[in-house]
Design a protein around this ligand. Structure first.
Ligand code: PLP
Length: 493
């Protein structure tokens, strides 16, 4: 790695060439072969538009909307658009919806939890009820904000929680009930109407995490898909999050958190005057905020329009169906759920077909999927987030999947040394020291080769690592990956 702060500055074109060199090691963000992390509509000219808009506002500071009214105007427009898509605004049963633009889904969820907590200051040990399938960001929010997270199991068949169990989990200390539309892992929509009703009956707020699906479900419905109600049309829903950097196709760093009315939003704000500087009034977690992501999102929405999103959703739906058909056609693979939104998730029913080996074989063929570990009574699975860019080459997926499955069967399941598996199953997180993880990482080919600057941090084949992680109970898996990350995050000089 080159130094970030050389003694003498480097010419601009050389700096850009260096950046391009670094980017070459990354997974492809375009081309429809990366089924996680990126959301690519494959619309010609859209990247250039978003980039120009981003550049125009990159130095504008969201700290003070009176100094930079351009950001206030764009944020209000984004919140209005999200509200209108999700059952709020003039002429609806939720005419008073308000909201904020945040940096991402996690920030939206942390703020939803904080707002619910601070609305009930009399509760000294606040609790959050969520299905086990809820996004990990709720656990992070509970951890940061000092709430107890009460997880309600999901059925291994429907992958949804039973509203009766949600009701039973609510106590006098519960400040918020959460659910997903849809869940990230499996792409299934929780029974939001029933959950919202249960929350109303208990006098508790209800947040719908539509970070993933909030911008695509309304368009799927317009295409005639059977999308159940999940938004402000349900009286008990008090807040909704929707990520613009997912299915609104904005560049990273922008999400919207909506509340049904200003009174519900009020505890979200933070203000502080008791210091010698400016009175700080923050609607969100960051104080200084770049206008770049907001302007890029605004430009993206304006350029695509509702007609554009509808067409992109049609294209995505075609790709989802073809991917699901490809999975159904393979003996030994099973869809975790019929696709309800834009996720295709499948597992292996056949002990001779190792899912993690299959994921590697798909990588070899240029398809980057997201393996998910076994959890409670749910098996390990492979997750595909589907976006319009997949459609162009989706016809190649079926044959490649068939070939990858044949190759994975031929290789057979991963066999790790017995002592390693025993260690993974029995070590306590406390026993797992940084040194132990460093030695393990070398054994497994992780962390790059010592001395080689540009070695990738993970090997091409991840089946052994994934098998080890899958064997480790969640607390040990957390510690393993945390120590590994800390190994990777070292200053370079
Ligand atoms: C992506 C996602 C989040 C977290 O969003 P980030 O933008 O990654 O912080 C939360 N919930 C769901 C359902 C998601 O898909």
């Amino acid at each position: 790695m080159v130094e970030a702060l050389p003694a003498q500055g480097v010419p601009a074109d050389q700096v850009l060439a260096e950046l391009r060199g670094l980017r070459a090691a990354d997974r492809p963000t375009h081309g429809g072969r990366l089924f996680a992390y990126v959301y690519d509509p494959a619309v010609p000219g859209l990247d250039e538009l978003a980039r120009s808009a981003h550049a125009l506002s990159a130095h504008v500071n969201g700290l003070d909307p009176t100094a930079f009214p351009s950001l206030l105007a764009m944020e209000n427009a984004l919140v209005g658009a999200a509200s209108a898509l999700l059952g709020g605004g003039p002429g609806t049963t939720a005419p008073d919806v308000v909201g904020s633009v945040t940096s991402g889904g996690t920030e939206s969820l942390i703020l939803a939890v904080k707002t619910a907590r601070d609305a009930r200051p009399e509760i000294t040990a606040p609790r959050l009820v969520a299905p086990a399938s809820a996004h990990a960001a709720f656990a992070k929010a509970a951890h940061y904000l000092g709430l107890v997270l009460d997880l309600v199991p999901v059925s291994p068949v429907t992958l949804r929680p039973d509203p009766v169990d949600i009701a039973a989990a609510i106590t006098a200390d519960t400040v918020l009930v959460a659910c997903s539309a849809p869940s990230y892992a499996h792409g299934v929509i929780d029974p939001v109407a029933e959950i919202a009703q249960v929350a109303v009956a208990a006098g508790v707020r209800c947040h719908v995490d539509a970070c993933f699906g909030g911008w695509v479900l309304p368009f799927l419905r317009r295409l005639g898909e059977p999308v159940p109600p999940f938004d402000f049309t349900l009286a008990g829903v008090t807040s909704i999050s929707v990520d613009l950097h997912k299915y609104a196709y904005a560049p990273k760093g922008v999400s919207v958190l909506l509340h049904r009315d200003p009174a519900l939003r009020a505890p979200q704000y933070f203000s502080y005057a008791d210091w010698p500087g400016y009175t700080m009034i923050n609607p969100v977690i960051s104080s200084t905020r770049s206008g770049g992501p907001i302007a890029a999102a605004y430009a993206t929405l304006r350029h695509l329009g509702q007609a554009g999103y509808l067409e992109l959703t049609r294209t995505t739906l075609t790709a989802v169906r073809e991917l699901a058909d490809a999975v159904r056609a393979v003996d030994g693979l099973r869809l975790m759920s019929e696709p309800q939104a834009t996720v295709v998730c499948f597992t292996s029913d056949d002990s001779g077909l190792d899912l993690f080996v299959l994921a590697d074989e798909l990588t070899v063929r240029g398809w980057h999927t997201q393996p998910q570990m076994a959890y409670a009574d749910l098996p390990a699975s492979i997750h595909l987030t589907v976006t319009p860019s997949v459609a162009a080459s989706v016809a190649e997926f079926g044959p490649d999947l068939t070939a990858a499955v044949a190759a994975a069967r031929a290789l057979g399941p991963v066999r790790l040394p017995e002592e390693l598996l025993v260690a993974a199953a029995t070590l306590t997180p406390e026993q797992l020291t940084a040194d132990l993880v460093a030695a393990l990482a070398v054994d497994l080919g992780m962390g790059g080769k010592p001395g080689a600057d540009d070695a990738p941090p993970v090997p091409d084949r991840m089946a052994e690592v994934n098998t080890l992680l899958n064997t480790a109970p969640p607390p040990l898996r957390e510690k393993l990956l945390l120590e590994f990350l800390s190994l990777l995050q070292q200053p370079t000089y």
